[in-house]
Structures are given as C-alpha cells and as structure tokens.
Design a protein around this ligand. Structure first.
Ligand code: GDP
Ligand code: GDP
Length: 455
C-alpha cells in the first residue's frame, strides 16, 4: 500500500474509522437563537475528506460527524427544527425528547445575555429525569466580562456551566473536553443473535397503514386500545413474540398499541418515535398501505431505516382489497418511488386476512443475513481487480482514477473502505455498489462505501 501513496497508518486509521460502526451521538438542544447552529458549526470544523454514499430516498440530513482529541462522534443539530407548527415551547420540548431518546449525551445551550428562562427550566427537568449526561453550555460569553453571567447558570442544577463563545471559539475546547467525558466510548449496541438474546424488530410505517393490526395478528390476540393525551410521555414497551419457532423482540410497541391523538404535529411526533424505535432495532419492517399512493412520508420512514443502517423488509399491507388496476399502478410506483431500496425483501400481506404472514419471518431472516455478511478481503480484492480491469473509471482531465484495493471494515450493516488513486465519481461508486450486491448478495441491507483518496 505504501508505494501507492497510502501509508500503513492511513489505511489502518481508515479501516478503524469505517469499521467502528455507529458513533456515539451528541445532541445540541436549546431555545431558538441561543446559538446552537453556530456551536454545531464550530464543533464540526473541517469536514472530513471522505466521500460517503448513504443510500436513501430523501436526504434530510441533520447529523454531522465530528472529531475532537482523536475521538469521533455524531452531532445532531436541532437548530433548524421547525418552530411555527408547534410553537417554541413544544419545539424545544421535542428537541429534548429527541435527545432523550436518541442521543448518548446532550449539550444544553443557554444564552447568558438572556439568562435561564422558564422554557430552559422545563427542558432541564426533562433532561434530568432522563438521566442522559448533559454538558451545560453558557453561550455568548465573548469576553472575560461575560463569565460572571455564566456562573448564574449553576442554579440550573446541571453542574458546571461552560462559558463559551460559539461565534469566536472562546472556551469551546474546554467544553468539548467535557463532552468527551460525557460520551460513552461507543453507543449501547448489543445486537442480538446467537448469544445476544432475541433479534429486535421495529415495525414502522405512517399512521393507519395497519401496524397495530399486524402486531395483533402476529401476536395472535386483540389488545385494548388506550387513548392518550397529547404531550404526555410514553413509556416505550417492547414485546416478545414467537414467530416461526423463534422469539423476536418487537421494540417500542407501546407507540403502536396506543393511539396518539394530536391535533397538530402528530406526524412530527410519530417520526420522532419511529426514529427511536429504529435506533433500538436490528431490522425494520416498514409497512406500506398498498391501497394508497406511496407518499413522501412513506419514503421518509424508509430513509430513516436506511440511514440508521438497519436491515429492512418492506411489507405492502391491505393486499386483500387490491384490484387489478391498483396492483398495476402499485408496481409502477414501487419502481419509481422506492427504486433505490429495491434490495429490500418484499412481502405482500394482509393483516386482516393473515395473507402471507408466514412469509414475513423468512424475509426478516434474509435481511438480517445480508446485514451480517462479511466478504473476506482476498475475495473482495479479486472481485475489485476484475471489475476495475473490465470497467475502468472514465478518464477525467487526462487522468484515470483507479480503485487500488479495498476491505470490508465492518458489518451490521456491511461497511467497505475503498482506496483510490483519484476522485471516484458518484456514478462509478453506485456502479460498484450495484456490482457488489450482484456478486455478494446483501439482500435487505444498506451498504456503506467510503472512498479514501490519496492526497
Ligand atoms: P440557534 O437558533 O440556537 O441555532 O442560534 P444561531 O446559531 O442561529 O445563533 C443565533 C444568533 O446568535 C446569531 O445571530 C448568531 O450569530 C448569534 N450567536 C451565536 N453564538 C454567539 C456567541 O457566542 N456570541 C455572540 N455574540 N453571538 C452569538
Ligand atoms: P396503524 O395506525 O398503522 O396501527 O393502523 P391500524 O392497524 O390501526 O389500521 C388502520 C386501519 O386499516 C384499520 O381500520 C384497520 O382495520 C385497517 N387495516 C389494517 N390492516 C388491514 C388489511 O390488511 N386489510 C384491510 N382491508 N384493512 C386493514
């Protein structure tokens, strides 16, 4: 590798980084205008020169990768979250809820020029109840004179306020040291399997696609439906269900069992809950109502599962009511709207009649197998060598970038690192992904390919 321009440390570092799997997640929360986005930009700093293809349908990216003192983590910027739908308080509470569910640690930003408001106090209560580590950022301390204001924030009971100027960078280093102490080395990710207990399934889909019907069908019993009042916290409850001779854990079924009636922002809360369920699961079963047009919301849910790197099965429900015409159009829609996840095993079911329920477990098993597939380095490089020889990258500016070698750095989902002699175009990266799938399977799993380019 050295003579190709990569030294051993580069290569090992890249493999280690790519194989690390899910990084710990830091959420930055706070009221509007306290400086969250400014702080996030400061934390991210220079973007890594790694080209990463995240297959997905839509790309609402809210997380960034960051590194401090040699440790990598993800940062969730809640700064751009919509406020007008729910009002400021609800929006800030939703950020806190997200942080509580999805983040490993939280930076709570307060504007020292304003001081702690009632909204801030309310968020503090939520955060403390959740027990997630919190680093208190006293922002807009642009000079020494502001530090006295920061000390008032001791009163929030979150420990030491870290005086910071997100705008100028003052104090951010010390604050990031505290963040690293708060972040776990790796997020809790004890995936199931042979020794890890039951495999975890998230049953997701937009409201009314038939999630609770399906759950009742597979669980073999009817359950009482409980009404719930907007805004109350829901205890996530997992259910163990035996299917096809194996016990599976359906995660966060409380959110499915209970009907949440919200006049506003129902979709928004539903999507927070979906994100949390997906985080906890190994495989997502995305339920789509086959009688209705595939919507942007369906695509968002699919994208969530893909971006979280989970195995995925797509189940088209209410098949009992489809006529021939709808079936025809559905196939077209699937091609155009969900073509990018054609790798996901598909089942056409009816939660009402029980149609094809028996196909669900084999599809889930296929997806999990793809998710765990590991290609030995020798085989991968033999394949890459032939591929590159038969289909070289187009010449650009008199040069021909080449894939030099590659390795699979991790599984769950499969993650590849390719080393190249020049910038590899997106089209060619997608081509490689397609060929990897043709060669090695990977049914039911997203695959990550990052390309390191010799500088
Ligand atoms: P967000 O709504 O919490 O994401 O806040 P922004 O990051 O958009 O910042 C809101 C405003 O505060 C912007 O005008 C920023 O320039 C300003 N701001 C952010 N951080 C600082 C800081 O450390 N010092 C000062 N003086 N202004 C800041
Ligand atoms: P959820 O909001 O995703 O949990 O959806 P529900 O399970 O509450 O189902 C919404 C509606 O679709 C209910 O009226 C169900 O009776 C109906 N439904 C669910 N599955 C099927 C199905 O397979 N066929 C038909 N015809 N209706 C279904």
């Amino acid at each position: 590798a050295a003579e190709e321009g990569f030294d051993v440390a580069d290569v090992e570092g890249a493999i280690e980084a790519a194989g690390h799997g899910p990084l710990p997640v830091l959420a930055v929360v706070g009221r509007p205008n306290v400086g969250k986005s400014t702080l996030v930009n400061r934390i991210i700093g220079r973007r890594e020169a790694v080209v990463e293809d995240k297959p997905g349908v839509t790309r609402d990216r809210v997380t960034y990768e960051a590194e401090w003192a040699g440790r990598r983590f993800k940062v969730v910027d809640t700064g751009g979250w919509e406020q007008d739908v729910l009002g400021i308080d609800a929006s800030v509470a939703a950020q806190a809820e997200y942080a509580i569910e999805a983040a490993d640690a939280v930076v709570f930003v307060v504007d020292v020029k304003v001081g702690a408001t009632d909204t801030d106090e309310a968020v503090v209560r939520l955060l403390r109840k959740a027990g997630k580590p919190v680093v208190l950022c006293a922002n807009k301390v642009d000079g020494p004179s502001g530090e006295a204001d920061a000390t008032y924030l001791w009163s929030l009971g979150l420990g030491e306020p870290h005086p910071v100027s997100a705008l100028h960078g003052r104090g951010t280093g010390d604050m990031l040291d505290a963040v690293l102490e708060a972040l776990p080395d790796a997020p809790e990710q004890s995936f199931g399997g042979a020794l890890g207990g039951p495999r975890r399934i998230a049953l997701i889909g937009r409201p009314n696609v038939g999630k609770s019907s399906l759950l009742n069908k597979v669980a073999g019993e009817e359950r009482v439906v409980v009404n719930e009042i907007a805004g109350t916290t829901r205890d996530p409850v997992d259910e163990l269900i035996e299917l096809g001779g194996t016990t599976w854990k359906f995660v966060d079924t409380a959110g499915i069992r209970k009907r949440v009636h919200l006049q506003q922002g129902a979709d928004y809360y539903a999507s927070l809950r979906t994100a949390a369920a997906v985080e906890k699961a190994e495989v997502a079963v995305v339920l789509i109502d086959a009688t209705e047009n595939i919507s942007v919301q369906d695509q968002r849910i699919v994208t969530m599962a893909v971006e979280a790197g989970r195995a995925m099965v797509i189940a088209y429900n209410k098949w009992d009511t489809l006529d021939e015409e709808r079936r025809y159009y559905l196939e077209r829609e699937i091609e155009t709207e969900l073509g990018q996840v054609a790798w996901a095993p598909r089942v056409n079911v009816s939660a009402r009649t029980g149609r094809h329920m028996e196909k669900l477990v084999p599809a889930i098993e296929t997806a999990l197998a793809g998710w765990e597939t590991r290609v030995p380095t020798g085989r991968l490089n033999a394949f890459l060598g032939e591929l590159v020889a038969a289909h070289p990258h187009p010449v650009r500016g008199g040069k021909q970038p080449r894939i030099l070698f590659g390795t699979q750095a991790g599984t769950k989902p499969p993650r590849f690192v390719l080393f190249a002699s020049g910038f590899i175009e997106a089209g060619y990266r997608r081509f490689i992904e397609r060929r990897l799938r043709e060669e090695f399977g990977f049914d039911g799993t997203p695959i990550h390919i990052s390309v390191r380019v010799r500088e």
